[in-house]
Design a protein around this ligand. Structure first.
Ligand code: ATP
Ligand code: MG
Length: 220
């Protein structure tokens, strides 16, 4: 366990189409950050309240989950940053009137996307929206078909190409489609409850390390 090593707290806004893996990713990344000893909160700004539902199932509470309206998040962020080192914001699946303001208020965005046709089309819209606000976003492919013999599945490769052609920042790794994720969620657990050698955990650790380099180190 280490203390947060940067001078300023940092916030990360998770965006993406419905079912893209925003909530799963917010909870997974938050669990890793909390396991490092960083004071961590997830702001559940989605009216579906999935992160809050998970919080009610979770017996340990190693990080906080706070339910809020999406419009209230920009004002809440400053307060959250006085108590926490890292703030994850779980955005609703569609953009709201207040979404642009929230994109500007966050330090960085992460767009979750499954590597499928309609999903990548939506991810590209999120990429454009973030760019319009002069902010940056990392795109993470989630629920992706597994790699075979070190090679990306063709559908994943096509998704990467479409994103790259649009100039998106794409995480080099992927979160693979695995039953582990829904199973953990149903038990109020996260990948931090898995042994360190499990692939489902290793993938999020790798995403975390990319985010830490690209986001936390430059804003924190
Ligand atoms: N890598 C994965 N492999 C398999 N299933 C996954 C994976 N990631 C998430 N899921 C499952 O897919 C469903 C959608 O995930 P999640 O709720 O995290 O998406 P979301 O983007 O937050 O959705 P919403 O926009 O509805 O809030 C959940 O049932 C979740 O358990
Ligand atoms: Mg969600």
């Amino acid at each position: 366990m280490t203390q947060y090593p940067y001078s300023r707290p940092v916030s990360l806004l998770l965006l993406g189409k419905g079912g893209a893996g925003k909530t799963t990713s917010a909870l997974s990344l938050a669990s890793i950050s909390a396991s490092m000893g960083w004071r961590t909160i997830v702001l559940d700004a989605d009216p579906q309240r999935s992160a809050s539902e998970w919080d009610a199932l979770n017996p340990t509470g190693t990080f906080a989950v706070h339910t809020t309206e999406v419009g209230a998040v920009p004002a809440l962020l400053n307060r959250a940053k006085t108590h926490y080192d890292i703030v994850f914001i779980d955005h609703p699946p569609a953009s709201y009137g207040g979404t642009k303001k929230l994109i500007r208020a966050a330090d960085h965005c992460m767009i979750c996307a499954r590597p499928y046709q309609f999903d990548i089309t939506q991810a590209l819209e999120w990429v454009d929206l973030v760019k319009t606000e002069s902010m940056r976003a990392l795109v993470a492919l989630t629920a992706a078909s597994p790699r075979r013999q070190g090679k990306n599945a063709p559908i994943v490769e096509e998704a990467r190409q479409r994103l790259a052609e649009a100039g998106a920042d794409i995480w080099r790794g992927q979160i693979t489609h695995r039953l582990t994720h829904p199973e953990l969620i149903a038990r109020g657990k996260t990948i931090a409850d898995l042994p360190t050698d499990r692939l489902a955990r290793a993938e999020y650790e790798s995403l975390w390390s990319a985010l830490r380099k690209q986001v936390v180190a430059s804003h924190g």
